[in-house]
Design a protein around this ligand. Structure first.
Ligand SMILES: Nc1ncnc2c1ncn2[C@@H]1O[C@H](COP(=O)(O)OP(=O)(O)OP(=O)(O)O)[C@@H](O)[C@H]1O
Ligand code: SF4
Ligand SMILES: [Mg+2]
Length: 395
């Protein structure tokens, strides 16, 4: 914001005053705008052209996975430069498992999930490279290469999303019943309105709404926050998705309702025998719900493993810091730990470890290129110079 204000004030100037790193001269701004427009045009053209199914058919690395993110890069082409929101993310979601994605605000959790839904805010937001392999059962698709028209058949039906704030995701001018029926009618051809209504009422019952007929006729503003979130879950479930993405599903709710919604998600996962990608900054929720944990920092995965591995043997200094900053019952502390410093600006990432400026354990090696992943166990990996293969501390 700071540089934008300055940019407006000095729009007529062409030369940048020395020593102000946030300042963009008018010439630099023009160059950025020109380069952005060119890249966006090419990427949009690629998305809109007719693509045969053969072009986005792919093979899963492991057929036991429902989704495999492979070196995904999603960038935002902004007036200030290219923001690398997701910068080479690789992880998998096994079938039937809950994978928790954790990290502080702005680290790219939501953009990763929006990339999977092809819902990144275009035209400035674009999947630039990498693959998102989605297992359809009999075949697999690379969502990063799929045309928008084909993606519509998967979105909502095979992959459903529950957002943080149900009031902004539900349409305020339509009744709940209409919004539920619409989903069924769209994805189940041949379904009549009466059948859709029956199905919607059944979904409302499934998510624990006591008076489904009444709620069916309500507008979103007539419901409480917890009920709205239940309705969102009912909409997400209405087409039996293989994967549910829950982006901070309980953050806007109070603690008791949070617990109910988490129980509901757990029950529902069992019923539909699906997978959940659970995005949250709450480590408590992760510990309770997830089978695997992916820790993200500044657009990259820095550590991943089973929940037990990440909670009992955290290796990356950032993961250790996140855990130290969590209050624990019976542990008395004067002040909760906070990780010093800030996440680097996604427009101007360093070429060494992104956590270096905040890390209290960095060594001479950390000045080198960004650390590669070290495989600690078949499921646990970490990107940090402190460890050798097998997770042994580096000599
Ligand atoms: N529409 C956009 N235009 C420009 N930059 C964006 C846009 N949406 C997201 N970003 C940037 O992408 C980065 C990742 O954002 P993202 O929303 O994925 O973070 P997050 O990890 O979900 O954070 P939070 O926990 O606050 O939801 C941030 O630096 C953000 O500023
Ligand atoms: S690579 Fe170095 S700077 Fe980065 S987290 Fe590990 S110890 Fe810290
Ligand atoms: Mg988010």
């Amino acid at each position: 914001m700071l540089f934008q204000k300055k940019k407006q004030e000095n729009a007529s100037e062409t030369a940048a005053p020395k020593g102000n790193a946030h300042y963009l001269s008018a010439k630099e701004s023009r160059e950025i705008a020109r380069s952005n427009a060119k890249t966006i045009r090419e990427l949009e053209k690629r998305k809109k052209r007719h693509v045969e199914e053969a072009e986005y058919l792919c093979e899963m690395d492991d057929p036991a996975n429902i989704v495999e993110f492979d070196d995904l890069h999603t960038y935002f082409f902004t007036d200030a430069g290219v923001a690398k929101a997701v910068d080479g993310v690789t992880f998998s979601i096994p079938k039937g498992a809950t994978v928790g994605v954790v990290g502080e605000s702005g680290c790219g959790k939501s953009v990763t999930s929006l990339s999977l839904m092809q819902l990144v805010q275009a035209p400035q937001g674009q999947i630039v490279s990498g693959s998102i392999r989605f297992n359809m059962g009999d075949k697999a698709y690379d969502i990063a290469k799929m045309p928008v028209s084909d993606m519509r058949k998967i979105r909502g039906k095979q992959i459903a999303m529950i957002f943080q704030e149900p009031m902004t995701s539900l349409n305020p001018v339509f009744r709940i019943g209409y919004q539920l029926d619409e989903m069924v009618l769209l994805h189940q051809p041949g379904c009549t309105k009466v059948q859709a209504r029956e199905h919607s009422l059944e979904m409302l019952r499934l998510v624990g709404i006591a008076a489904p007929e009444r709620v069916y006729k309500c507008y979103p503003h007539e419901l409480s926050g917890g009920m709205r979130q239940r309705v969102m879950i009912a909409i997400a479930l209405s087409c039996d998705p293989r994967l549910i993405i829950a982006d901070e599903p309980t953050t806007a709710l109070d603690v008791t309702i949070q617990a109910q919604i988490l129980d509901l998600l757990r029950d529902i996962k069992k019923k539909i025998d699906g997978s959940i990608m659970l995005i949250t900054h709450d480590l408590g929720v992760i510990a309770e719900m997830a089978d695997y944990v992916v820790v993200m920092y500044a657009g990259r995965v820095i550590e991943s493993g089973t929940t037990a591995e990440i909670f009992h043997n955290p290796l990356h200094p950032y993961t250790v810091g996140l855990q130290k900053s969590k209050p624990v019952v019976k542990r008395k502390v004067e002040r909760l730990y906070n990780i010093p410093g800030q996440v680097p600006n996604p427009i101007d990432m360093p070429d060494y470890c992104y956590f270096k400026e905040r890390c209290d354990r960095c060594t001479a090696k950390c000045d080198g290129e960004y650390p590669h992943f070290i495989q600690v166990s078949p499921t646990h990996r970490v990107a940090c110079y402190l460890y050798d293969e097998g997770g042994e501390p580096h000599a």
